[in-house]
Design a protein around this ligand. Structure first.
Ligand code: NAD
Length: 282
């Protein structure tokens, strides 16, 4: 039996339709500011996508580009200005940053109410303690994608491979909030394949092309492939396509989690605008 393909494009369109409807009822236009340093080709492409999508939805969006050697202090000053600007709802500094800049200083400088990437320690704390806040886009996208396709996470055995601050750890918190039973596996996990085979929902975010083959997957499991690995001309996921033979559902790469990440940035921008004005997002 071939696995059902869970399309991120389809789920993202549903998010956009909902956001457009909500935007129409607003007396203001959410304003997103994206800061990019240097010319890393992947960052250039991601920032362009985010800006284009924000404009297409009817948000205000402005990208600021600085040279690779832009000083850390100057970047921090610019963030303070944007924090103080009452017209700005969301601030995103595109990662990765050049080596001379300490990412934690930058992420901690952003006003938590404008932190549309959800990486500020206050938002991380709120994510884990169950409160309202802005949470990271890729893990939010994974959960939204599963919900779009009617996956009930309550009580499910979920295994995440990868424990980064951007994907694995926040996803563990979100899946816990959905009442899943969560295992967070990583490069030091022993008997990883056996751990993965326990999963009813397996999410792979290791950044290792085709790490997970069909022997790693419990028959009937739902498999989410977060990996994006550029190998020559190709983009490969962390999950081997043969997994479709045993899984009940699988996300494609590209076209799975990727589009959901941008969709959830748009969701966070509206949420930030509402949180800042009303202290609640609905
Ligand atoms: P990272 O390198 O920061 O973290 C990788 C994690 O995987 C680490 O916790 C590490 O312990 C674990 N890992 C590495 N090799 C492993 C192995 N052989 N076995 C078990 N665990 C292993 O990466 P990241 O930023 O979390 O990104 C992970 C992948 O997801 C990358 O391919 C990245 O491009 C992709 N990604 C996609 C999106 C998207 O929008 N679809 C967003 C962010 C990241």
């Amino acid at each position: 039996m071939a696995a059902r393909l869970l399309s991120g494009h389809e789920a993202a369109e549903a998010v956009y339709a909902e956001l457009k409807a909500r935007l129409q009822g607003l007396p203001f236009t959410p304003f997103l500011r994206v800061l990019r340093l240097g010319e890393d080709p992947a960052s250039v492409a991601y920032v362009r996508l985010k800006d284009k999508r924000a404009r297409a939805l009817g948000y205000r969006s402005q990208v600021e580009v600085y040279p690779e050697d832009f000083p850390e202090e100057a970047l921090l000053r610019r963030i303070q200005e944007l924090n103080a600007d009452s017209e700005v709802d969301g601030i995103l500094v595109q990662l990765p940053l050049p080596r001379h800049i300490r990412p934690e200083r930058v992420l901690e400088a952003i006003d938590p109410l404008k932190d549309v990437d959800g990486f500020h320690p206050l938002n991380v704390g709120r994510l884990w303690s169950g409160g309202e806040g802005l949470f990271p886009c890729t893990p939010l996208g994974v959960v939204r994608l599963l919900k779009h396709y009617g996956v009930d996470l309550k009580g499910k055995e979920a295994v995440i491979i990868g424990r980064s601050n951007i994907v694995g750890k926040p996803l563990a918190a979100l899946l816990l909030r959905e009442d899943a039973t969560v295992t967070l596996a990583h490069s030091k996990t022993e008997a990883l394949q056996e751990v993965a085979r326990r999963a009813e929902v397996l999410v792979v975010a290791a950044g290792r092309p085709h790490l997970v083959g069909k022997d790693w997957v419990r028959p009937g499991a739902i498999v989410v492939d977060v990996g994006i690995n550029r190998v020559g001309e190709k983009l490969l996921g962390d999950v081997h396509p043969e997994v479709a033979e045993v899984a009940s559902a699988l996300t494609p790469v590209p076209g799975g989690v990727g589009p959901m990440t941008v969709a959830m940035l748009m969701h966070n921008t509206l949420k930030a605008a509402l949180l800042r004005r009303h202290g609640a997002s609905s």
